[in-house]
Every structure is written in structure tokens, then in C-alpha cells.
Design a binder for this molecule. Structure first.
Ligand code: SF4
Length: 376
């Protein structure tokens, strides 16, 4: 029997105060009184995508003038500016395989000397590693084993939101209709492949797009079981759907704060305690409440670039966030894109050069939370 049936009373529903208490105790025991974040720059390498999720404003159809692939100069300019602002992570985010669907994407890639977005992404990670001190984190959606092999030597970590395990959301009228990369089985396969290839990996749920609480719990159980098999899931994000005027789901209700707290606390209870639990601080003005539900991380926050996925939602000011955490007894600490437990196992999780780079951040005391975890 799954967690939902065992733990949620069919008559009275979930006992939120009890779940919050339990989740907070797990977080305090495993992660202490620190809430972390990664100081990053965001590079939207291409906003073209072969999928058309009903909640997405990031994607631009190739007919639109804004549809583009960033040039090496544009990537490097953002990376260098990020360095000036003290960023350590460069997050490459991109639409899924646009070259398989659109002539423009294929032609633009050819002008850049590449035939696939993954090949170009690898080249850009390489460039950033050669020219700057940043650590690439790759968010390129579903990946084959060969693609992971290509990208692993040039990145510190990778990620892909599972979002949901519910096939129903891919039916006609659903948010994932006609989105080949949002088929849950394809995303689960990517989580397994990343595990087999020992990639420190981030995943998570997007809540409020039409799934039930029971389906969210099934997705969390599936992530946890994959982590038990390989040990590579470094963090799980619970992200709330946010309404925007220019999306197909413009009239779809947003999940409430209580719904976020419920999902976060259940996630903290179900997931192995060594998986970091993250919620974005810019998608709710009441994000500080998430600490009550057992989160230990805010994810990437940029002092320079906007959240290109939710451009209307500004990042919180980092010192103001530190103060809000401090007011309730938690210390805000910077972390790197890859978590300490994956460091110093060079042949397993990180290639040697990336491992050395991560260690140099720790030794220079540029990222003090890593000192505490014995990186030397
Ligand atoms: S796969 Fe990602 S980029 Fe593509 S449409 Fe869906 S949410 Fe947008």
C-alpha cells in the first residue's frame, strides 16, 4: 500500500500541523538550522522547444522574432558578468530538441557549426569552463545515455523536473498534450540513466497543473525509489504553478500556500533525508513559511539575471532573505551547484578538473558551507 493510503485519513484528510512538525524535525536533524542557496547566473541557451506545455512562457515559436539560440559571445558575456557578481553556478536552461521539429532551429545551429542543441550545449559548457571560474549546471530536459556521456565531463550537476507521474495530463486538453518529452515514462528513464551514469541530479514536482495529492505522492515515492537504487538525487524541488496572462492556463487556479506546505512536508517525510528539499523563494510572497514544512534550500538565486521561466517574479534580495531566515532561527548559507557528498569521488560523480574547481571554491572559503562538510 502506498504512503497516501496508509497515512491520509479518508474521512478527515491530511493532518497538516502534525505533518509540518514531523517534516521540520527531519530537516533539523539532517540539515541543521541552515537554509542554503546557490548564487547563479541563468543562461537560456535557446527558447525554442519541440514541446508546447500549456503553462510555459519561456518557449517561443520559431516564427516569433524573439526565438533564438544565444551566441558564444552572449553566453560568455553573461558568464563573465556573473563572476563579477560573485556567482559560482551557471545554469544552462533550454527547450527540448527544437532542431528535431523546426527548420529554423536546425539552420541556426548549423550557422553555429553544430547539428544538435546538446552538441552546442557541450561546446558552451566547455567555453565557460575554459574562460571563467563558474560551475555549469545543465537543465536540458530528457537525455539519452549518450547525451549524458557527452555532457558529464563539462558539468558539475544536471537536472530535469519530473513534474508529474500522471499520464492523464498528456491527454487532449491537458497541459502536456502533444509534448513528447513530458511523457512521464521518458522522464523517469532520464532519472534512471542519470543514476546509472552517476550524475549528481536535481529533479522535482510542478504542483497545481491538474494532478491530485495522491499522484504527487506517487511521484515522490518513485523519485525516492530511484534514488535508493543509485544514490544520485541531490535535491528535489517542489514548485508551484503560477498563472500568467499569456499562457493557455491563464484561468487555471494556482495552488494555495496550504497546498504547498502540505506537499513540501509530505515530500520531506517520504524522501530520504539526504535529499535536499527545495522550494523557489520568488514564486510566493509567503515563501518563508516553507521553512515550517521542512525545506532546507531555496535553489538558485541570481543577483544578475532574471528567472527566465517566471520572468515576472523577481528574486528576493539575498540580504533580505538572510534576515527573514534569521528572524525565525535559521541561517542563510551559500552552497555550490553540486552538494558536498558528491565531491572527492572524482572517478564516480565529477571529473577531476571539475572536482578540483569545486574544491578550490571551498578552500578559498568562497563557499563556507562546504568547509563544514569536510571538503579539504
Ligand atoms: S518542455 Fe520546457 S521549455 Fe518546452 S514548452 Fe515545456 S516547459 Fe516550456
Amino acid at each position: 500500500m502506498g504512503w497516501f493510503k496508509k497515512n491520509i485519513s479518508q474521512e478527515n484528510g491530511p493532518d497538516l500541523p502534525k505533518l509540518l512538525k514531523q517534516a521540520s524535525a527531519i530537516r533539523d536533524k539532517h540539515w541543521g538550522k541552515q537554509i542554503t542557496y546557490s548564487r547563479k547566473v541563468f543562461v537560456p541557451l535557446t527558447n525554442m522547444c519541440r514541446d508546447t506545455c500549456s503553462y510555459c512562457t519561456f518557449v517561443k515559436h520559431p516564427d516569433k522574432p524573439e526565438a533564438k539560440i544565444l551566441t558564444p559571445d552572449e553566453v560568455l558575456t553573461t558568464a563573465r558578468n556573473g563572476e563579477k557578481y560573485g556567482c559560482k553556478e551557471i545554469l544552462f536552461s533550454l527547450g527540448e530538441k527544437p532542431e528535431l521539429k523546426y527548420k529554423k532551429a536546425k539552420q541556426d545551429l548549423a550557422k553555429l557549426g553544430q547539428s544538435t542543441m546538446i552538441g552546442y550545449l557541450k561546446e558552451m559548457c566547455d567555453l565557460v569552463l575554459k574562460e571563467t571560474s563558474l560551475l555549469p549546471h545543465i537543465n536540458a530536459g530528457t537525455l539519452s545515455e549518450e547525451e549524458i556521456d557527452e555532457l558529464k565531463p563539462v558539468s558539475a550537476s544536471m537536472g530535469m523536473m519530473l513534474e508529474t507521474i500522471t499520464k492523464r495530463l498528456g491527454e487532449k486538453g491537458g497541459p502536456h498534450y502533444a509534448c513528447p518529452d513530458k511523457t512521464p515514462i521518458q522522464r523517469l528513464r532520464t532519472l534512471h540513466r542519470a543514476g546509472k551514469k552517476n550524475v549528481p541530479f536535481t529533479t522535482g514536482l510542478l504542483i497545481g497543473i491538474g494532478e491530485t495529492l495522491e499522484e504527487r505522492i506517487e511521484a515522490l515515492e518513485e523519485i525516492n525509489s530511484i534514488h535508493k537504487q543509485y544514490g544520485h538525487i541531490q535535491e528535489v524541488i517542489v514548485q508551484n504553478f503560477t498563472r500568467k496572462s499569456d499562457i493557455k492556463m491563464a484561468n487555471h487556479p494556482e495552488p494555495s500556500l496550504e497546498d504547498m506546505l502540505l506537499t513540501l512536508s509530505i515530500a520531506r517525510i517520504i524522501l530520504s533525508p539526504d535529499i535536499s528539499l527545495q522550494a523557489p523563494p520568488n514564486l510566493s510572497s509567503r515563501h518563508i513559511k516553507y521553512i515550517q514544512a521542512g525545506i532546507n534550500d531555496w535553489g538558485g538565486i541570481s543577483p544578475l539575471t532574471i528567472d527566465f521561466i517566471n520572468p515576472e517574479r523577481a528574486w528576493p534580495d539575498i540580504s533580505a532573505l538572510a534576515k527573514s531566515c534569521g528572524d525565525i532561527g535559521y541561517e542563510l548559507k551559500e552552497r555550490l551547484t553540486v552538494y558536498p557528498k558528491f565531491i572527492n569521488q572524482p572517478c564516480t560523480y565529477l571529473n577531476e578538473a571539475i572536482n578540483e574547481r569545486v574544491k578550490s571554491f571551498s578552500m578559498d572559503n568562497k563557499c563556507s558551507s562546504y568547509k563544514m562538510d569536510g571538503v579539504n
